[in-house]
Write a protein that binds this ligand. Sequence first.
Ligand code: UDX
Length: 460
Amino acid sequence: MNKIKKIISLFFFTILFHNGIFSQAKISTIAVIGTGYVGLVTGTCFAHLGYSVICVDIDEKKINELKKGIVSIYEPQLTDLLRKELSRQKLFFTTHAEKAIKQADIVFIAVDTPMNDDGNAYMGYLNTALETIGKALQKKTIICIKSTVPIGTTDYAEQLLLSHNVSSDLFDMVMNPEFLREGSAVYDFLNPDRIVVGSHSFEAAHTIKNLYEPLLQEKIPCVLVDPATAETIKYASNSFLAVKISFINEIANLCEKTGADICQVSHAMGLDKRIGSYFLKHGPGFGGSCFPKDCNALLHIAKNHGVILRTLAACLQTNQEQRTVPVKKLLEHLVSLDGTTIAVLGLSFKAGTNDIRNSCAITTLELLQKHGAHIKAYDPIANNAMQKLFPDIQYCNSLETALCGCDAAIIMTDWCEFKQLENAPYHQIMKRPLIIDACNVLDCKNRFLQHFVISKIGKR
Ligand code: UDX
């Protein structure tokens, strides 16, 4: 019956669409379930595009802060934009999911899908969101999954709702993945390379496509596919970026042996349009809440289908080993770390964020502790976050304090602030002028750095 209904609606929809009737479909209210990095940026930016948006979360404290324009995550532009849309009364926050869902024409699900211990994605928050939506639906609503979810989840979600006796007349499922980088998420939302929309419903797909109309006027491609394809595009995109990083890190390790210049290798590779210059920057490996999670999830999804993704498995293995390189380099200079004092400069998983999830610095701190070193850690904004994981190390509130009296320093995050080392004789305050520049932040030709021994990844 379902299939016949869909064919008939597709037939009439196609007629309506070609008569331009559909494009006037009016979206008045959007609900967003989940106010993490993705949900908050999505809700705020849709409000900025002119829609009325209600963001929902179970965390009452967080919602009360958001109502006052207080944003707990460090995301440039987000706070200003959120406050502007609050004052324009285009953006609202609530813990009452049911009320928000009843008012909405489209409900985005942007809940966390963290990695289970076995590497699969945890679906508990998504299931709860779906059940809440199923109970609250009163009118035809588009349910749009924004979270990164295993391939097949959108179809699973549809079956789950139908199994809870939610009428198929009341909803259409869509998968609309995000490609937001932490630290530039607002920019990435408003300047996407492409919009991906996955649905079996032609009408629902075009409704979501039309949501982005203000952006699509910039001729940004919109790819309309089925849900499983949309889910795969997200995982494959993130996984490929991770593979690119592991590849350049392996080439960097080779350059250390051959004497080739990894920066020039990477630059010249990137000039090939087929390769592209992005995500070819070598370093201590990739971290963050997405790459490790998404690569592992895709590996497990493939394995569950009897497919071995050898390239991706090798990428993750390489990344695990790469994370140990900074301390290995330190041990090439200091026979033993026992009783030494080492400054760890940079704790967040990348510059521009205070997020330490899967940060390479975590591996460095663990290894330094294992080798008996006393650690002085400094990050421009991530000290507090790391203190929750490593409460007994010393946290410093400036670069100078961290370096004072140290036997060596390791740069673990590519914060520009660490280029201060090029502007003053910091070697005079260290016990030993030794720097492991794991992120290739420093220009060794700089006159102040002539006093240092600087060891870099990818440099002999
Ligand atoms: C990533 C994807 O880029 C984004 O599209 C997706 O939606 C979420 O996951 P994010 O994890 O926020 O975004 O950060 P990203 O800038 O991609 O960096 C990820 C990791 O790769 C960081 O640890 C970064 O330091 C590292 N990296 C990045 C490199 O080591 N080399 C590079 O050239 C680029």
